[in-house]
Design a protein around this ligand. Sequence first.
Ligand code: ARG
Length: 568
Amino acid sequence: MNLRAALTERFVRAFDAAGVEDAAPLLRPAGRPEFGDYQANGAMAAAKRAGRNPRGLAEAVVAALQADGVDAVAERVEVAGPGFVNITLSPTFVAASLGAAGVERTQRPERIVVDYSSPNLAKEMHVGHLRSTIIGDAMARILEALGHQVIRQNHVGDWGTQFGMLLAHLADVGGGEGAGTDAAKLEDLEAFYAAARQRFDADAEFAGRARQMVVALQGGEAAARAHWQRFIELSLSHCRATYERLGVTLSDADLEPESRYNEDLPKVVADLSGLITVSEGAKCIFLDGFDVPMMVQKRDGGYLYATTDLASVRHRLQRYGATRICYFTDARQALHFKQLFAAVRLAGFVPPECSLEHLPFGTVMGADGRPFRTRDGGQVKLTALLDEAVQRASRVVGEKSPHLPPEEAAEVARVVGIGAVKYADLMRHRASDYVFDWDAMLSFDGNTAPYLQYAYARINSLFRRGGVESDAFSGKAPSIETGAERQLGVALLRFQETLEAAAAEALPHYLCGYLFGLAGAFSRFYETCPVLDAPAPVRESRLALCAITGETLRTGLGLLGIETAERM
Ligand code: ARG
């Protein structure tokens, strides 16, 4: 049950009965426990619009709520301050609702394309690809859990200018096709890219050949294609290994690389002809409200990143019937997506009811306050980063859980290390930058993966000590007596509304904040309410609360793409 939505509906009815139609009750979790569980702030604005007294309206809303039988769910509803309405849920309602905990699937499933990770295959995956991969994967999992049909799209960059440069370099250093070309050199894609780039920048003749190579590649010339194919396969094998390591759900089936749209590009440009202006030989779309045009075909005939995206939008509608398309890329691509969306709307490629969303994220920063880099200023490769995460986690886990046998300790270190990196990326609003800080992300205190993973393991150990299976309690409604039990119960009931909000706004940090709050509510419960030592039937009821909490932590972390360990 989406508790917030259910309560909002009651409030809308109550506002209506109090003489305000179509009110926005503005119901949200209460800021402080003394304000109850939720507070509705909508009476002030509604009163202002209607020229009524805000407290008077709030009181009429409370009376209407009562007449509508709100006492089936709430033990207290009261007006506070200038016209807030505070509502405190009743223990019986909380207890009864908990029996049906778990993720509910939507009645209105959408077909949602999630475009994420999408690295450029010219380079090895580095820290710049971390955020799209992690945030996009969490969102894909959350949307799917809510019952939406998710179409993952890994729109890898395997086409364009950079490949001309790489292939021209490959042709020079490695020689012809089938020569077993420099697989060794390509092993280090990063170095290979750097060398090609340096030549491209320094040597005009090389740069010219690189450009010709792009045209040859895009024109389907056989030798260029063969070099390219080898290069891409190698680069993709790096990606696969990284996804596997990170526990990301992308597979080869989700690959729709830029090159896939090659044949569509002339058609797309032709279909856009009504919108195109030729400017200095290049085909451009001038859009209202933008200082710069969107270029769709260069003077030399070459196509651009934007052209491919135009083609991909159409494909996603025609092939997948997308009702929502979510792009997770960094904030610097904001202009590109604004223009893209404006152009496809104008061209009628997309029906108005299909939502197009660029969901940007900020930069990963180093301790020095500048984008995170290696000591010598290079890109931090993801494989190296993940190795270090697991190494550091094994130290932390060794201190915290010295009793674990070595094999299990190594597995826990993997789960904690990878989890810590992912969680640190997910826990803040995605649009903000964050500082990459090993000590903070691996801490067992605060809003971190290790803290939550440990909270989960502790609940499990409680069941082990009690000699009972937590499964025996799932789906059993507890009875709620104490304040701490009620608080924990309310926290558990907020899972669904949290997931739905995260899905609607594509903000997975809502789920992180929720899980952190839930773990806190559990600690307070556990400090004040004995569980194993409590007499029956209180013991069983509290064990049920523990079981639902453990289950919710595990499911919630799982939806963020973060694993748990049964003991730590
Ligand atoms: N390959 C691009 C990059 O590395 C990201 C692609 C995002 N997806 C898209 N449809 N444009 O920046």
